[in-house]
Ligand binder design. Sequence first.
Ligand SMILES: [Zn+2]
Length: 256
Amino acid sequence: MNELSLLCGILGLMVGSFANVCVYRIPRRESIAFPGSHCPTCSHAIAAYDNIPLISWLMLRGRCRHCHAPIAWRYPLLELLMGVSWGLLAVHFGATAELAAALCLFFLLWVLSVIDLETGLLPNALTWPGIAAGLLFSWWLGSWQDALIGALAGYGLFWSIARLFLWLTGREGMGHGDFKLLAMLGAFMGWQALPFIVLVSSVVGALLGSLFLLLSKKGLRAEIPFGPYLAAAGMIWLVWGEDLLGWYLHVAGLHA
Ligand SMILES: [Zn+2]
């Protein structure tokens, strides 16, 4: 723990508050800047002192000060996740330019995951700028060629799988948002990240998805958002990718 991680943790809490605004407004196509925060139930404006990350929710005991409607626990949870993950990223990356890219990517991944869980959508308003941001960061910090190949291959891979699935089953298996999310991950981390992300997200998604379907009794046709699995695999690769790759090459080398 140092000053940088504390600073990033506190910034993360505040950005988490903004993330909640994005989660609510972007799928509704509302402006994320105007008007200021207001209660979704009674539309009463939320004063600055009632808009402090985590603390206000606890002080108000999870209810609107004016109409007493419950405030979803998603609000403090997303603030906490953003604060903790930003703090830990600062510990991991230190004061580097890579840290800026990591913070940006985690913000996008948390917001997209929550929107996907709540609405089943991965809005273009986030994925397209995310792809652009990933390409710019890679051009600055690493290899823009790896990033461009990553974005194109990510999109193309899922697009092909979806076409094949449609041809075989006559059903849409994957949303177009998933193509763009994988493209975004490829843009930020290069094509090298794609095999791990695709493998881990499909295996974990299939296991947890089947469990969820069994528990929900909605039948096999229920829609399961895939975005959170892609996001989680992407987060793991961003932090431990190099270690995983080294470990894999080591194991492969031993058995070659
Ligand atoms: Zn209210």
